[in-house]
Design a protein around this ligand. Structure first.
Ligand code: FES
Length: 108
């Protein structure tokens, strides 16, 4: 298996309805994940980039959230329409999509 150039982690965490933290699941992460898998298949990119569904990594109320490594870029509020842009600009182009990046204080 070749080492991936980048690894995209997609939060797929769910919580019970009414939970105070909410979740990426209730905010539509399933559609985002499906869009990534579809685009990766369409563009034949699985030998270059890895996609992994994960649990929660913090800012649940801002979701759907994804993380891209090795840069450690977090995107929040991602929609399925954003997925081709992230693939084009960040994965293929090497330039993170600034308008989708998590607020700086998410890491504080
Ligand atoms: S539920 Fe996705 S970051 Fe917490």
């Amino acid at each position: 298996m070749p080492k991936p150039e980048k690894h995209v982690f997609i939060c797929q965490q769910a919580r019970p309805a009414g939970h105070p933290r909410g979740s990426c699941s209730e905010r539509g992460c399933a559609e985002v994940g499906e869009a990534f898998w579809f685009q990766m298949q369409e563009r034949n990119l699985f030998d270059r980039f890895a996609i992994t569904n994960t649990g929660c990594f913090g800012p649940c109320g801002l979701g759907p959230n994804i993380l891209v490594y090795p840069e450690g870029v977090m995107y929040t509020g991602v929609s399925k329409e954003d997925v081709p842009i992230i693939i084009e600009e960040h994965l293929l182009g090497g330039q993170p999509v600034e308008r989708l990046m998590a607020p700086a204080d998410v890491w504080s």
